[in-house]
Design a protein around this ligand. Structure first.
Ligand code: NDP
Ligand code: MG
Length: 384
């Protein structure tokens, strides 16, 4: 039986990972989970899966959960904060850690898991964006597999299987285009939170939904692909594919393109990572090609959705620039979700941070954490 921990068990990916565990009943044991503040959801998970360790990162929720566990007669080791996340990430018996917290808060626990030789099922793309060099180096040093959960990267990973000795000419990341595909800057000026949260194809957490609408999500994925597949930025192409049926593709030097297709369902990628290398079960159903009328492709609009262009720039320059971009984005998305800034303030503030912060330092844990703090401080004080 594979033993796993889930960081961010109460979120969109966390919840779908639990569905995959239910589907594959008896094949996995859930030993550790984390959540930020969703006490009711944690109680439900503890009742159903009996994890040994639960980490909570919000103080009030921690106190509340402590009382609820006693009241409901449930027993588990309740731990708090970053130390708690690290504990869940490094439990002795765990084989694999699913990293599905949102944001670069996932960096330290992911490193901790790698250093304890746990394979990683990686949904938390921000971690690779801010410190890809460090994560991939440590994964290599500790002989750990990083299995992508992001659907595009899972697709590419699958397209690479069996081709270890063949050279690729490019990876092609598909993008749905988000809710504002085809719109212009004039339209984007008056976008409201509710509009940006309505993704046409995927139901996801709030932060990644906003990222998908600005195309920052695709930008983060370009950097993620660079590190996961050791691929030059010039060989990573984004193609808008509104139907989201082709999850991504790999082009080999002979001109052949291998694509991975499937239902628009994250459980497909989660199931693949959890069962790797076996293909087992069918949690997400089958495609019906008689019903798929068309698959279409477009070039992304880099001018209107400048976040994508900024991400290529950050990735190509490297060093701490991706961390600066990511920190500014996380802070801006939070401000936008709380209606403190307008939609286009997101991209403009990110660009301002990328122009003004000094990125010219080595990608170490300390440098990444420090620059992230500074950038967030700047963004929050700018808009306070
Ligand atoms: P959600 O917002 O739905 O869930 C986030 C999870 O992280 C929750 O368990 C939440 O706990 C926890 N969390 C929130 N803030 C903190 C914090 N400050 N410290 C520790 N834990 C925290 O996000 P998603 O599931 O949508 O996304 C998770 C990650 O997966 C992101 O990196 C995203 O980019 C990536 N991803 C998501 C996809 C999707 O379809 N949703 C697809 C591909 C990648 P609580 O519930 O208690 O607040
Ligand atoms: Mg994705």
């Amino acid at each position: 039986m594979r033993k796993i921990s889930i960081l961010g068990a109460t979120g969109s990916i966390g919840t779908q990972t639990l569905e995959v565990l239910r589907f594959h009943k008896g094949e996995f044991e859930l030993l550790g989970i984390s959540a930020h503040k969703s006490v009711d959801k944690v109680i439900g998970i503890v009742k159903e899966f009996s994890p040994k360790v639960v980490a909570i990162t919000e103080k009030e929720a921690y106190e509340e959960l402590k009382n609820r566990l006693i009241k409901e007669g449930l027993s588990c080791n309740l731990v708090f904060g970053m130390e708690g996340l690290k504990k869940v990430a490094s439990l002795d018996e765990v084989d694999m850690v699913v990293t599905s917290v949102v944001g670069m808060i996932g960096l330290e626990p992911t490193l901790e898991a790698i250093r304890h030789k746990k394979d990683i099922a990686l949904a938390n793309k921000e971690t690779l964006v801010v410190a890809g060099e460090l994560i991939m180096r440590e994964a290599k040093n500790f002989g750990v597999k990083i299995l992508p959960v992001d659907s595009e990267h899972s697709a590419i990973y699958q397209c690479l299987q069996g081709n270890e000795n063949n050279k690729i000419s490019k990876v092609i990341l598909t993008a749905s285009g988000g809710p504002f595909r085809g719109k212009n800057l004039e339209f984007l000026k008056s976008v409201k939170v509710g509009d940006a949260l309505k993704h046409p194809k995927w139901t996801m957490g709030a932060k990644i939904s906003i990222d998908s609408s600005t195309l920052m999500n695709k930008g983060l994925e370009v950097i993620e692909a660079h590190f996961l597949f050791n691929c030059d930025y010039d060989n990573i192409q984004v193609v808008v594919h509104p139907q989201s049926i082709i999850h991504s593709m790999v082009e080999y030097t002979d001109g052949s393109v291998i694509a991975q297709l499937g239902t628009t369902d994250m459980r497909l990628a989660i199931q693949y990572a959890l069962n790797y290398k076996e293909r087992k079960g069918n949690v997400a159903g089958n495609l019906d090609f008689y019903k798929l009328k068309e698959l279409t492709f477009e070039e992304p609009d880099f001018k209107t959705f400048k976040c994508l262009a900024l991400a290529y720039k950050a990735g190509k320059i490297g060093k701490l620039l991706p961390a600066i971009m990511n920190g500014a984005n996380e802070a801006c998305v939070d401000l936008f979700l709380n209606e403190k800034i307008r939609y286009l303030d997101i991209v403009n503030t990110i660009e301002e941070c990328m122009e003004n912060f000094d990125y010219n330092k080595e990608v170490t844990l300390e440098n990444v954490i420090n620059i992230d703090k500074e950038v967030r401080k700047f963004v929050y004080s700018k808009w306070s």
